[in-house]
Ligand binder design. Structure first.
Ligand code: F6R
Length: 607
């Protein structure tokens, strides 16, 4: 939610800020702004709309300098207006700040401190700008520390003052900030993507820390305002991974990345001889693994649907009772969690507020909590007691694709590792692993049907509604496919378990209400076939996802997407790709902004 970028060094800062904002645009894109400190003055420019609008606007303004901060916004407090866009200033225009997060006690702060101050926006952030201004006595670090001591809420914050031209103050509580360390230069951003082109050396700020970044040095202070030594870490992602590489959209590129990146999720994490997985990050002794009596998957959105597939895998392979829980519900229930529960917090960004709160609750209750996370160094990765990076590489389209398949692959490996403790034989484990190793090539065969899937999207483009149907392990696939379709093409689409049709949804069916049925050859094939026949009897058009070689399916519909055969447990890794492509093409055909769908942001760091 919202992205921050900042730079201090010798280079011209404006292009760095604009390209950094483009990298972070997936975090929010309703308005944006930059501020540059130069020759004892701070100049700022803001605009409503995407980064392109800001990039155009700055062309007509004289904005030189080599120190600056910038922000791309996803509105929380206050509408989408230029006044509400960041950077914000106090009464004078010599102090500027950009902020992610929420200042919960902003009303109280306004009443207690801001008498006589005129506020120009409806944002909580502007209150913080005025508060820092009040505390400013020639030392920006001190002023920020004093102001933050009064704040209740969350923040990723960067601040500059005209009187201290070669300085940026950065602070973090609940909203991520990373500092990139270059040669006589520093970058600061909400994640590493804006700095990948410039440096691989980064320092992750922890909650409560405040950094004083100058041309000469980087000093970091903890909550007690004591200087702390931080490790410089190396990021492995490279710049090319964050480019479109000739694809029209990041989402399409990321869908096509899947055969490559799934290998990164699997590599070095299994032994064929032993028929098992070795996920070192699990960080549990065999004895501790035997103590686990229940598994809980915590996540939101697409990551939750990956968790639902994980539930099937754990029940089948490990024989452990497993639940997948929407993190936002879990955190406000009274969940039954104890020291025999293993909790997986699943998240692409590693910053999702609800997942983070839910994992903290699970930890409090004594569970083993492990992360299944993509972004290295993210908060969830750091707050869990172990876990696994899914190695999907940067995912920049707002709609998740490759992270989902890598989450599923990782959870299947975990399930196998637990399964080998009791009910899975070496031979069965080896068979599963061999089938998993064939998945990248099979993914390519699904991707090869891109044109066919595009023509189906063309055929069905005028329908306003549809139902996705799946059973067993393909029910979560249907849920994920339906989420993809609605979030990027805005076509109304609901997913149901096949068996539920007769309990209500079948009433919706009519010739103008198509159904996409996942009817691959598995133990529930006949059941799905009955569902499809019932649908056809109501004259609803049907698209079928079927297994290659199943010619009988052509009797039911001419609209079939064939998927290579695999083990049932691995079907989500292939079937989902067909649904990702269908959603992608539908969105393009309907003229939607695929990578930046309306009202959404990539990391949901507020509730
Ligand atoms: C959908 C999508 C979202 C995320 C959800 C969780 O395409 O991207 O539903 O899956 O917001 O995000 P992470 O995985 O970052 O916790």
């Amino acid at each position: 939610m919202c992205g921050i970028v900042g730079y201090i060094g010798k280079k011209e800062v404006l292009p760095i800020l604009i390209s950094g904002l483009r990298r972070l645009e997936y975090r929010g894109y309703d308005s944006a702004g930059v501020a540059i400190s130069h020759a004892g003055k701070v100049k700022k420019i803001k605009s409503v709309g995407k980064i392109d609008v800001l990039a155009e606007k700055v062309k007509s303004v004289d904005l030189v300098g080599s120190v600056g901060i910038a922000h791309t916004r996803w509105a929380t407090h206050g509408g989408v207006t230029e006044e509400n866009a960041h950077p914000h200033i106090g009464c004078q225009d010599d102090l500027v700040i950009c902020h992610n997060g929420i200042i919960e006690n902003y009303r109280e702060l306004k009443e207690n401190f801001l008498k006589g101050h005129t506020l120009r926006s409806q944002t909580d952030t502007e209150v913080l700008a005025h508060l820092i201004e009040i505390f400013y006595e020639g030392d920006l670090l001190k002023a920020v520390q004093k102001a933050l001591a009064e704040v209740r809420g969350t923040y990723g914050l960067v601040a500059m003052h005209a009187a201290e031209p070669n300085k940026i103050i950065a602070a973090r509580l609940g909203s991520p900030l990373v500092i990139g360390v270059g040669e006589n230069e520093y970058y600061v951003a909400s994640d590493t993507s804006p700095m990948l082109a410039h440096t691989k050396n980064v320092v992750f700020l922890d909650d409560g820390e405040v950094a004083e970044i100058t041309l000469e040095s980087l000093k970091i202070y903890n909550v007690e305002q004591k200087a702390v030594d931080k490790n410089i870490e190396k990021i492995e992602w490279d710049e090319a991974q964050a480019e479109k590489q000739g694809f029209d959209h990041f989402m399409l590129k990321e869908i096509f990345d899947q055969p490559t990146v799934i290998k990164d999720a699997i590599r070095g994490r299994y032994s064929l001889d032993e028929g098992t997985a070795h996920l070192g990050g699990l960080n549990m002794t065999d004895e501790q693994m035997h103590q686990v009596k229940r598994v809980v998957m915590l996540a939101c959105g697409t990551a939750y649907y990956a968790g639902l597939v994980g539930k099937y895998a754990f029940e089948r392979l490990a024989g452990l009772p497993t639940e997948a829980d929407v993190a936002s519900e879990f955190r406000y229930r009274d969940p039954i969690i104890d020291k025999h529960t293993l909790v997986f917090a699943i998240s692409q960004s590693g910053e999702t507020a609800d997942t983070l709160a839910a994992l903290r609750e699970a930890k409090r209750k004594g569970a083993f909590v492990r992360g299944v996370v993509n972004v290295v160094g993210s908060t969830i990765a750091r707050e869990t007691d172990g876990g696994t990076y899914i190695h999907a590489g940067p995912e920049l389209a707002v709609a998740s694709s490759k992270a989902y398949t890598n989450m599923v692959a990782t959870l299947i490996l975990y399930a196998l590792q637990f399964g080998r403790l009791n009910r899975v034989s070496v031979a069965t484990g080896e068979r599963l692993l061999n089938a998993l190793l064939e998945i990248p090539e099979k993914m390519k065969l699904v991707l090869a049907q891109n044109d066919k899937i595009k023509s189906l999207a063309e055929k069905y483009k005028s329908y306003k509604n549809c139902i996705y149907l799946g059973r067993g392990i393909n029910f979560p696939v249907a849920l994920e496919g339906a989420l993809k379709l609605k979030e990027i093409s805005y076509v109304h689409c609901e997913a149901f378990a096949g068996g539920e049709m007769k309990h209500g949804p079948i009433a919706l069916l009519a010739p103008d209400f198509p159904v996409l049925a996942i009817m691959t050859k598995n133990q529930l094939y006949e059941k799905m076939r009955s569902n499809v026949e019932e649908i056809l009897a109501r004259k609803a058009p049907v698209i079928i996802i079927a297994t290659q070689g199943d010619d009988e399916v052509k009797e039911l519909s001419e609209d079939v997407i064939y998927i290579p055969p695999t083990m049932e447990l691995l079907e989500p890794l292939l079937n989902t790709i067909a649904l990702q492509l269908y959603a992608y093409h539908m969105a393009v055909i309907l003229g939607k902004d695929v990578d930046r769908p309306r009202n959404l942001a990539k990391s949901v760091t507020v509730e």
